[in-house]
Design a binder for this molecule. Structure first.
Ligand code: ATP
Length: 286
């Protein structure tokens, strides 16, 4: 179920926005896309969804070229879901039920199947069924966001693109939303492309990370490898390290020991930090 790009370049208004990008997006992976502002992250994601009509190079899904129309224009890829920044701005129906059921009804889903899927997606996003008859425009900002994202999940996308899905949310809502999306991705073995400037979230949830710099894909690698072993790549891309990794480096410097957390997730890093802190060497230093 892989999507593959081979030497793909995108030029808009005479400017090369993406340059010779080659990559494979494997099924069942949470792949984060990071890079400084203007690095080409959103353009890459839009290209994957088929929102960029023309590009050079080869783009395939399961080794089949993605369809183009008679004029050679790339078509939108229906099995890819796209959550744009501030997705609540795309809500247009008058009840939460209508908003969620819009796409599946268009696909001709039976009422029974609709009901079953509706319950599942509401539960997954932590939304109470009582909300179904509410006007989505009257909900709080955070709830509106959940409804908008639930409507994308309801279409059961094979690959889900999340373009800064937590922008503007408070820390508690941000964490809750990402946990729900991660659980959805794992349970359904789906691929997620997650664009974010929140590097702590990237280290917490990713299987793989793609770093873009000035329209080029600098590197695509395992998240643990990047954050625990190849941190120089972050510097090369002009990006800071996630805060728990910065703390790990400080504790290593203070204790004079190399710490080896099992992953770049905060919980695993803090466990190492606590152990080092409790060890006599560091207490004496302190
Ligand atoms: N339609 C367009 N016309 C002209 N230039 C564009 C267009 N779309 C994007 N660009 C330019 O392409 C570059 C990459 O933009 P893109 O939005 O992909 O970057 P990004 O990494 O997603 O940035 P950010 O983190 O700020 O969202 C930028 O210099 C942007 O100005």
């Amino acid at each position: 179920m892989a999507y593959e790009l081979n030497d793909v370049s995108v030029r808009i208004n005479g400017k090369e926005i993406l340059q010779a990008v080659s990559c494979t997006l494997q099924e069942g992976k949470w792949i984060s896309i990071i890079g400084q502002t203007g690095a080409g992250k959103s353009t890459f994601a839009q290209m994957i969804k088929g929102l960029i009509p023309f590009y050079r190079g080869k783009y395939t899904h399961n080794r089949q070229l993605l369809p183009r129309d008679g004029k050679g224009k790339m078509k939108i890829v229906p099995q890819i879901g796209y959550v744009f920044q501030y997705p609540e701005h795309q809500i247009f129906e008058t009840t939460v039920y209508k908003e969620l059921a819009f796409a599946p009804k268009m696909k001709g889903e039976s009422p029974e199947r609709l009901e079953e899927a509706l319950k599942m997606v509401m539960g997954r996003m932590g939304l109470s069924e009582e909300l179904l008859q509410e006007n989505p425009f009257r909900l709080s900002g955070g709830l509106k966001r959940l409804v908008a994202i639930a409507s994308v999940l309801f279409a059961e996308p094979e690959l889900l693109i999340l373009d800064e899905p937590t922008a503007g949310l408070d820390p508690v809502s941000r964490m809750a939303l990402l946990k729900q999306l991660k659980a959805w991705q794992r349970e359904n073995n789906r691929t997620v492309l997650f664009i974010s400037h929140q590097l702590e979230d990237v280290a917490e949830y990713s299987d793989e990370v793609m770093i873009f710099k000035e329209g080029c894909l600098l590197v695509h690698l395992d998240a643990n490898e990047l954050f625990l072993k190849r941190t120089a790549l972050m510097e090369q891309a002009g990006l800071p390290l996630p805060e728990p990794i910065q703390l790990l480096r400080i504790i290593e410097a203070l204790s004079g020991r190399i710490l080896e957390p099992v992953s770049c997730r905060e919980e695993d890093i803090m466990q190492q930090v606590r152990l080092a802190w409790q060890s006599r060497g560091l207490q004496n230093e302190g």
